[in-house]
Design a protein around this ligand. Structure first.
Ligand SMILES: C[S@@+](CC[C@H](N)C(=O)[O-])C[C@H]1O[C@@H](n2cnc3c(N)ncnc32)[C@H](O)[C@@H]1O
Length: 248
């Protein structure tokens, strides 16, 4: 695993993601399925049903790799690269079976560090699929264009981005969204202990910067990722796909 570079952390950086340094709380959130990991994993698998075989997959903000392993279960994967800041998450990822329908054919690599830094070392046109689930909302608005320019760069022509994330309603401010999400967490995430719910609330207020769907679509368009499609959504979270055109 590569180490995180030294220096002052940027405004939104792994240093501000304390919640994920010990994975056990997020593991319990995934198990509670309040963020619909089960449905989204099925949506990823369905979305990749028509993908070419021998996929090279980049997972940005992979966490412990649960959603990638589930979502890629029906796909022939030849390379899987996971970027994440959390050593605990990546160590857990490495205890899972290698993703894809033929694990022996897949080369797996993890890179620990700020994904806005680690993605810069990845080759142009290196991946058929970029998956990013519940990770890019941790970037500030002014950091997102750089990330999306790299997503475009690392995708092959006709390669696909699968983007799962929190999203704000049209005209909804960050404060309004986080207040609404906070109510959902406080009232419905009742398998978490009170202190775990509080840690989750503290995390969203310090670290979550979701965009509206219109802003997300504009980011995709500006980054020359076309055919943006909403595949799944509820009132808080959604999944979109977009493709790098063959001529881009
Ligand atoms: C909410 S978890 C999502 C994990 C997984 N993709 C999923 O859907 O279950 C967000 C992940 O993004 C990682 N993350 C957030 N900001 C990051 C950054 N700037 N650089 C690297 N990883 C980051 C966290 O460590 C965490 O593992």
């Amino acid at each position: 695993m590569k180490n995180q570079p030294h220096g002052e952390p940027p405004l939104s950086s792994p240093a501000h993601q304390a919640m994920f340094q010990n994975w056990s709380l997020f593991d319990r959130i995934v198990a509670g399925n309040w963020m619909h990991h089960q449905e989204l994993a099925t949506a990823i698998a369905d979305c990749l049903a028509d993908a070419p075989s021998d996929l090279r997959v980049l997972d940005i903000g992979s966490g412990d790799g649960w959603i990638a392993n589930q979502g890629l279960r029906r796909s022939a994967v030849r390379q899987y690269v996971a970027l994440d800041a959390s050593a605990d998450a990546l160590n857990r990822l490495l205890t899972r079976p290698v993703p894809g329908s033929n694990a022996t054919a897949c080369q797996r690599e993890v890179q620990q560090g700020d994904f806005l830094t680690t993605i810069q070392d990845l080759p142009d046109n290196g991946f058929d699929t970029v998956l990013s689930s519940y990770a890019l909302h941790h970037l500030h608005a002014d950091q997102k264009p750089l990330m999306f320019s790299h997503i475009h760069r690392v995708l092959v022509p006709n390669g696909r981005l699968i983007w799962i994330d929190s999203y704000r309603d049209r005209d909804e401010t960050r404060t309004q969204y986080l207040t609404r999400l906070g109510q959902f967490i406080s009232e419905d995430w009742n398998l978490l202990r009170p202190e775990e719910r509080q840690a989750t609330l503290d995390h969203i207020w310090s670290s979550d910067f979701p965009e509206t769907e219109a802003q997300m679509l504009a980011l995709l368009e500006t980054s020359h990722l076309s055919g943006a499609t909403n595949v799944w959504r509820d009132a808080y979270f959604g999944m979109w796909t977009a493709t790098k055109p063959s001529s881009a």
